[in-house]
Design a protein around this ligand. Structure first.
Ligand SMILES: Cc1cc2nc3c(=O)[nH]c(=O)nc-3n(C[C@H](O)[C@H](O)[C@H](O)COP(=O)(O)O)c2cc1C
Length: 358
């Protein structure tokens, strides 16, 4: 690693992507991890930091008939690089054709979803259902490998139910089939997003396999990401919900680890404390709205804004009130006006930022 402090020097992520020096990642999230959210989070990436970026989960049965790069889920910006799209699938023809199409986006790798627990995934034997069939899951990795020379990674849960030996063998099978990185969200399929993510599973997996391990689950503040690196020895930390509400976590982490400020924020400190964070959230909403209107047609933009607000506003005291008001807006100007009223130009009406209870 180029210059990073001790905490991140151990990260093996650059054994897969040599240019990556910032071991913190946005999570793939359906309906959220599209170009507008990537643009928003990228605004907070230190200017000398480089990481990999996800897409939403993309269905390999649909990609072959789509205009990749033109659908809202596959749109990219001029800044989008180091993209590792996530695909959902279990059929070689579809996986191969999907990867071929995705390569037009100048991607850096392909991630396979083995964590999606929704009923449809279980019924069609993809997503987390693949965790019920180790041999087949490994063969899905092999299918992807045959379609590309780029690194193939897998994002998975600890299983359908908890069974340590089974899980260890399952992961080794993926590595033997050629997976270059595993990302673990340590909940079972049954748990969905309930209960706590069991970080000790991340530490355990890191000891057992040779490829880089990305830990994921329940990071709320930048200190949690540092704690996950320290406690588990993982090679990188992936964050989902927290980065929708606090995209400035990338800035805070960068600041604490000696990276530069994000572009355009030179001379500023990352927001700290509930009030500064709250103020930044006001700016974040406006930025996100502008990106949605820039990249999507109006109806779709409004839908993506609504969903984003549902996920991110619970982190703000009185967020439900703000969300209700914003959900009536139709234009960027209306969103801007509500944000200015709520957050107050002078910060007097500021509602402090908070954490979720899982
Ligand atoms: C709205 C939403 C959509 C998600 N969609 C995906 C997905 O497409 N692929 C995936 O691997 N995980 C998906 N996840 C799971 C996240 O990537 C992540 O594993 C989970 O939210 C735990 O991380 P967090 O506590 O940092 O949010 C989704 C989560 C949320 C909240």
């Amino acid at each position: 690693m180029e210059e990073g402090p001790k905490l991140i020097q151990h990260s093996q992520l650059n054994s897969v992507w040599p240019e990556v020096n910032f071991p913190f990642l946005l999570a793939p999230m359906v309906g959220l991890s599209h170009v507008a959210l990537r643009e928003l989070v990228r605004d907070y990436l230190p200017s000398n930091a480089r990481t990999i970026w996800p897409t939403e989960m993309l269905n390999s049965r649909r990609l072959p008939t789509q205009r990749v790069g033109e659908t809202p889920e596959t749109k990219i910006s001029q800044r989008d690089s180091d993209l590792v799209p996530q695909i959902l699938g279990n059929n070689e023809r579809f996986i191969s054709e999907s990867i071929k199409r995705l390569q037009h986006l100048n991607i850096a790798g392909v991630d396979i979803n083995m964590g999606c627990p929704v009923a449809k995934a279980l019924k069609h034997n993809y997503g987390v259902a693949l965790m019920g069939d180790p041999e087949y899951a490994s063969s899905v990795v092999a299918m992807a490998k045959r379609a590309t020379d780029l690194p193939v990674s897998v994002k998975l849960r600890v299983g359908l139910q908890k069974d340590q030996q089974y899980f260890d063998e399952f992961c080794q099978g993926l590595v033997d089939a050629g997976a270059r990185m595993l990302c673990l969200h340590p909940r079972t399929a049954e748990q969905k997003r309930k209960g706590n993510a069991d970080w000790s599973q991340i530490a355990d997996l890191k000891k057992k396999v040779t490829v880089p391990i990305i830990g994921n689950g329940d990071v709320q503040v930048w200190q949690d990401a540092v704690r996950m690196l320290e406690e588990t020895g993982c090679d990188g930390v992936m964050m989902g919900r927290a980065l929708t509400a606090r995209p400035w976590i990338f800035w805070q982490l960068g600041e604490s680890l000696g990276f530069s400020t994000p572009p355009g924020r030179e001379g500023e400190r990352a927001p700290q404390g509930p009030e500064e964070e709250s103020k930044e959230f006001g700016r974040v909403i406006i930025k996100y709205v502008d990106y949605c209107f820039k990249y999507f047609e109006t109806t779709y933009a409004l839908r993506k804004i609504k969903f984003y607000l549902r996920v991110s506003t619970p982190w703000l005291n009185f967020g439900h009130y703000l969300c209700k008001k914003l959900n009536k807006c139709q234009t960027p100007e209306e969103y801007r006006q509500v944000c200015e009223e709520f957050f107050g130009k002078d910060g007097l009406l500021l509602a402090p930022f908070t954490n979720l209870t899982y």
